[in-house]
Design a binder for this molecule. Sequence first.
Ligand code: NAD
Length: 148
Amino acid sequence: MGRELRTVGIVGLGAMGSGIAQLAIEAGFETIGREVELGRAEGARDTIAHFLTRKVEKGTLEQAARDEAVGRLRLATDLADLADCDIVVEAAFEELGVKHALFRELEAVVRDDTILASNTSALSVTEIASVLTRPERAVGMHFFNPPL
Ligand SMILES: NC(=O)c1ccc[n+]([C@@H]2O[C@H](COP(=O)([O-])OP(=O)(O)OC[C@H]3O[C@@H](n4cnc5c(N)ncnc54)[C@H](O)[C@@H]3O)[C@@H](O)[C@H]2O)c1
């Protein structure tokens, strides 16, 4: 039987990660966005909140739904804050070393059944997953730009 996903972690809230985070909160997932500095994370949240406000202004989203969505996004700089996520989507820089370091660190903090996804454009997911003790938990989840 399938497992229900409730909590989504996003690592890197740049062009792609912030769009993926917006999708996740609009879809009703509790979402935790991790950036290297809190200021960057707050900037991404401001951008997401702005886009959702624009949807309210255009009449495609209710104000209450917008407010609830924004309230579902938590920010983090510590990877350990993603410990309870059912799935973590990595959207950091397109560098194998960065993704290897993140996957190693993530596997040390999340549950054994947490899915680790990479939004990589061109790197091998098998290669990214090669540093994991449980490489079978890794998936490629490529969003096109913009993810919305
Ligand atoms: N931009 C595109 O059109 C596009 C499309 C599909 C996939 N992708 C892929 O998505 C990924 C992200 O691309 P992007 O365009 O959003 O890049 P970006 O440079 O806009 O954003 C990357 C973000 O990751 C953050 N970051 C870096 N290391 C981190 C770490 N250790 N922990 C947390 N945050 C970290 C950076 O501060 C930055 O905000 C890449 O793998 C890229 O190849 C990009």
